[in-house]
Design a protein. Structure first.
Length: 391
């Protein structure tokens, strides 16, 4: 960690101590990492062949998660409310002066060979945005609203009728090759995400999310836990072993249908397949279930700690920001609630599509001042606040 932003130094004198201690502790503290690299990294990805930059990113996220929460925003550089594809623009930057720490992207549609994703972002542009985010020191995460490899429909399905897709696309299934073809197209895109010096850009990859609801074809009533796990495991192994993609960290992110660790683990692919212990939740805000939400953050925080992984609030937000001081009086108190909820490595807000469907303020929107105050909190990190994440 060679460069540390002013915000880190000013906001948190303890951070300086933390940096000094990191160097000291690196030789003695991390015996749990049974690897020669324990002198460099506090934590290692499941892919033993992960690139140096990917390992560094995972380590940095782990170290920062002890005191800070990184803030992410979906499709941030691509568009915002009332604008589309303006070079360098971002609603988050318009308001706070900084890009978010994490840019979220979705490759839904890639498997159909489309030139653009399901929300009309051309993949060529998405590649540029990902490169831009990387070059200015931020992090990228990719989710995949996977089209149905059997029917060509979208990810969404009737949540009351069991959809047989998953059983048909697993190895041995009649349509397995359809899925592999789609996965190859996803892999081709990931393989094209290179920095100026030609290295693959590290990506937090979050496939088959919200699997404990039934709105997606990989959801709860559409497959058994074993089938879901097999799909996730197959996907992960294919990307690493067959496609040799060593720039991925794997994120698991069910929705809110769990209250304890046992339930969280129902469809968990396993410690050898997951780097980030995530969770998506919008609905708890709609129904005011703050206690349940806190409990779930505690569950993932505890579990991540036990397994020496990181936890993250992988997708959330309040659509249309209906309310007052939503960032400092709703999100911040949740993240700051206790030592467990404080351990979230990051929080990802969803996309700013239009004046109804948006999750962070845009120029002129009434929550703008509150979002600035949120950014200025000592525990919150945006892009400009990050140390070097890939070293
Ligand atoms: C949903 C909505 C949709 C969008 C989809 C994938 O939450 O934002 O409009 O198509 O995510 O990004």
């Amino acid at each position: 960690m060679t460069t540390i932003s002013n915000k880190l130094i000013l906001a948190k004198p303890s951070f300086i101590l933390f940096v000094v201690l990191t160097a000291f502790l690196s030789s003695c503290q991390f015996e749990e990492v049974k690897n020669q690299e324990s002198s460099t990294y506090s934590i290692l990805p499941v892919n033993k062949n992960a690139s140096q930059e990917t390992k560094a990113l995972y380590h940095q996220l782990n170290m920062l998660s002890k005191d800070y929460v990184l803030v992410g925003h979906q499709d941030d550089l691509a568009y915002g409310v009332n604008w589309w594809d303006e070079q360098g623009r971002s609603d988050v930057k318009d308001i706070t002066g900084s890009y978010p720490a994490i840019g979220g992207w979705d490759i839904g549609g890639i498997g159909r060979g489309w030139p653009m994703n399901l929300d009309s972002i051309p993949f060529d542009k998405m590649r540029n945005y990902i490169q831009q985010a990387y070059e200015h020191g931020s992090i990228n995460t990719i989710s995949w609203h996977t089209y149905n490899p059997v029917t060509d429909d979208g990810s969404w399905t009737d949540k009351t009728i069991a959809n047989p897709t998953l059983s048909q696309i697993l190895p041995g299934g009649e349509f397995h090759n359809n899925y592999v073809e789609m996965l190859d197209l996803a892999a081709d895109f990931i393989q094209s995400l290179k920095s100026k010096d030609g290295n693959l850009i590290p990506i937090l990859f979050r496939p088959f999310h919200e699997n404990n609801g039934s709105w997606f074809w990989w959801g709860e009533i559409h497959c058994s836990p074993e089938q879901y796990k097999e799909l996730y495991q197959f996907t992960m192994k294919y990307l690493i072993e067959t496609r040799k993609l060593n720039n991925l960290l794997f994120v698991y992110s069910p929705d809110r249908a769990f209250t304890n660790e046992k339930e969280y683990l129902d469809r968990y692919p396993g410690d050898d397949f997951v780097d980030v212990i995530g969770y998506d939740d919008y609905y708890s805000f709609k129904i005011g279930d703050t206690l349940g939400l806190l409990q779930r953050l505690e569950v993932i925080s505890d579990f991540a700690e036990k397994r020496n992984k990181i936890a993250a609030f992988t997708e959330t937000g309040i659509e249309g920001l209906k309310g007052d001081k939503i960032f400092t009086e709703v999100f911040l108190p949740i993240l700051q609630h206790n030592e467990k909820t404080k351990k979230m490595a990051y929080i990802m807000f969803w996309r700013n599509a239009n004046t109804h469907h948006f999750y962070v303020p845009y120029l002129g929107q009434e929550e703008a001042e509150d979002f600035k105050a949120f950014r200025n909190h000592e525990s919150i990190l945006f892009g400009d606040d990050l140390p070097k994440m890939y070293q």
